[in-house]
Write a protein that binds this ligand. Structure first.
Ligand SMILES: O=C(O)C(=O)C[C@]1(C(=O)O)C=C[C@@H](O)C=C1
Length: 86
């Protein structure tokens, strides 16, 4: 007996996978925010500033290399989440 998957089933199952992937991404972003906070607090406590522009350029280049211009946009949003608006 062959069991065929209907397009509607395939879409529903794939959407479940996407929701699970999104949950993992959100968890990783929250983890990134926590690590970023550790760095920023250490820098501020030792007399520095919250923002470190040359490091942000490295982060933007990393994302741009991997995903192109939309990667840069994503990285800018990530940086805003991690250090607030500048
Ligand atoms: O790497 C640092 O020095 C950080 O403070 C972390 C981080 C980031 O979230 O990537 C956040 C703020 C800085 O402006 C640069 C980068």
């Amino acid at each position: 007996m062959t069991v065929t998957t209907t397009p509607a089933q395939l879409i529903a199952e794939s959407r479940e996978r996407i929701d699970a992937i999104d949950d993992r991404i959100i968890g990783l972003i929250q983890e990134r925010m926590a690590v970023s906070t550790v760095i920023q607090e250490a820098r501020i406590t030792s007399g520095g500033r919250r923002v470190h522009l040359s490091r942000e350029m490295e982060v933007l280049a990393h994302w741009s290399d991997a995903l192109g211009k939309p990667g840069t946009t994503l990285a800018m949003t990530l940086l805003e989440l991690c250090r607030g608006r500048v």
